[in-house]
Design a protein. Sequence first.
Length: 65
Amino acid sequence: MNSYLKEIGDLCDISKEITFHMARHTFATTITLTNGVPIETVSKMLGHKNIQTTQHYAKILGQKS
């Protein structure tokens, strides 16, 4: 997965290393939580067994979970 992300980054002239973890984090914060998706829904989409794991992302954004 990371090698595919590297290829995409190269094609888009992105010099920063892009990883699967970074992509998941961006999805959780930028795409879902900042657009009002409930934290319970984000937790299920990410496959977290404990919502506290997902709350970590909300704390990064300064949101209440």
